[in-house]
Structures are given as C-alpha cells and as structure tokens.
Ligand binder design. Structure first.
Ligand SMILES: [Zn+2]
Length: 307
C-alpha cells in the first residue's frame, strides 16, 4: 500500500472546495415583492471565505425574461445566484444590470455568459472598468481568488440618462445618476411593484464608502426621494419601506463629514487632523467604520479643500 501525506497545495484546494460548497448551501434569496428576489450580502470585507458575497444582489422575473441586478464579488457568487434563478423559473436571463463598477457588485458577471444575455450599465461603467479592473483583479488574486473567479463580460447596453427594459408585461426603468457614490451609479426601478434598487447610492448598517463626489451624492439623495416607491433595496444592508427611513443615517453621516471638514478647513487644519478627529461619534452607528471612515474623511477633505 502506498500511503502518502497529502501535499499542502492539495489541502488548500480541498479547503477552498469545501468553502464553496458550504457557501452554495448557505446561499439564499427571498422574494421581497411579487417576482422580485433579493440575496443579502454579509457585512464583511471581501475575502476568499465569503467569496466576495458582501453586497445585495438579486433578480426580477417578467412574463418573458429575467433581469439580474448585480452579481456579487466572484464567479462563485454569480453561479449561486444563477442556480437560484433556475430553481425559480425556466425563463432566460435577458439582462444583467450592473449598478456600478465596484468589484463586490460585478465579478459574478461571468456566470451569466450566454448569447441571450446583455450586460447593462451606466455610460461611465466601461471606462471605470478599464481604469480600475486590473487593480481590482490584483487585489482579489492576492486574497486567493482565481483568474476564473474574476472574468468580466463586455457591457452591451449603455444608459446615457434613462432607459426602459421590458421583461414581458413588466417594465424596468433604469436611471443614470450624476457622480455620487461613484461616477457610474445606476438606479433600477421596477414599475410593477414600485421596488427601487439603489446600488451603493444607499448604504444601510454598513458605513458608506465615498468614491465619487460627496456633494453630488447628497444632491442625488434628494433626487431619490421624489420617486414614489414601496420598497427600497440598498447596495448594502436591509431593505426599507420609506425614503425617510432609508436615507436618515447616511444623510446624517455625509452631512456631518462635510460640515466638520469645512469647519476644520476654515481653521486651516491638516488632513491628518481631519482623519483623527472628524465625525468620530458616528462610530457607534456603523459596521466596518474603522475600515472606511478614515479614507472617507481624506476624500471629503481633498474635495472640499478647493471650494
Ligand atoms: Zn460600491
């Protein structure tokens, strides 16, 4: 008999396979409105253990087609979502809508590679992927993800300002937003159920990440509240049933950042001082505060410095 110790690399591959199997078994979607399905991401940083499954993703089923909204942070997450769709309907996925180019929303897209499926996004989405894609991929490879996990598909449908998609007796209204969380944020409104998917224009529970224009973001939030909706699906965190409920924490946080940074700037305070002191009392309200708050302060400082 030839008994050999397994190689360390084999053990690693086995562990990853087990993580993926476990994650697939745990992956759940819920029907939050008629024909609207949501999977909640976890409130963690991206890691191989959570497969990049940290953002809210889902799908909407019409009479003829399915539209996916965001795909998670790796092909594995996209595949889990695709299996859930196949359990619920035989209808084909016609559209995969990406709400913006952040890696936790897009890297599952290759699970939907089919002649039938078109990738839809904001007019700036492609540019952002060209500029950032390589950087995101390197970061994920360092975390242990494989090249296959991180393949992207070309964007076919570009939303300049507004676009309607028909899923068969069901209209989705896509709205391209001015620079806010990023420069390529897209809203998706399901007209049948008045459910709106905000992408990362809205964070709940998990601290917002500023990667665009904080003043623009506040303006977009005002614009959001004109939409008459029944259900609001944020990019991270729990769904809400009113704009007041949905926006309150994020509005308070962003406004505080702006006003305290302006105050410090007028007293000629440095960026280091800003990072050390500003809006620290927000720490109790948010998950992952220490991971992102410092960077948010730096961003706001650099933006407002030139006012
Ligand atoms: Zn984002």
């Amino acid at each position: 008999m030839n008994l050999q110790m397994p190689k360390l690399a084999d053990v690693g591959i086995l562990c990853l396979a087990l993580i993926y199997q476990y994650a697939q078994a745990q992956f759940a979607v819920q029907e939050i409105a008629d024909g609207v399905y949501l999977h909640y991401g976890v409130h963690e940083q991206i890691s191989i253990h959570n497969r990049g499954d940290i953002s809210n993703i889902g799908f909407i089923v019409g009479d003829e087609f399915v539209a996916v909204i965001d795909t998670g942070g790796s092909r594995g997450v996209g595949e889990s979502l695709r299996r859930e769709i196949e359990n619920i309907t035989n209808l084909p996925v016609r559209y995969v809508i990406l709400t913006h180019a952040h890696p936790d929303h897009i890297f599952g897209v290759s699970a939907f590679d089919s002649a039938m499926t078109e990738i839809v996004g904001h007019k700036n989405l492609n540019n952002s992927l060209i500029q950032r894609g390589e950087f995101y991929r390197d970061r994920f490879i360092n975390e242990g993800f494989s090249e296959r996990d991180l393949e992207l598909l070309p964007q076919k449908i570009i939303v300049e300002s507004e676009l309607k998609l028909d899923l068969g007796n069901r209209q989705l209204n896509l709205i391209a937003v001015k620079t806010s969380h990023t420069d390529n944020d897209l809203l998706v409104l399901d007209e049948s159920t008045k459910t709106i998917w905000t992408g990362d224009l809205l964070f709940r529970q998990r601290v917002p990440v500023i990667d665009g224009d904080v003043l623009g973001w506040l303006k977009s939030m005002e614009m959001l509240s004109v939409y008459d909706v029944n259900l609001i699906v944020p990019g991270h965190g729990l769904v809400a049933t009113s704009w007041t409920e949905a926006l309150a924490d994020q509005k308070r946080y962003l406004e505080k950042l702006i006003s305290e940074v302006r105050e410090l700037l007028s007293a000629q305070g440095s960026i280091q001082q800003a990072v050390k002191t500003i809006a620290k009392d927000e720490r109790d309200y948010w998950l992952l505060f220490d991971d992102h708050h410092g960077q948010n302060v730096s961003r706001v400082y650099t933006q407002l410095e030139w006012e």
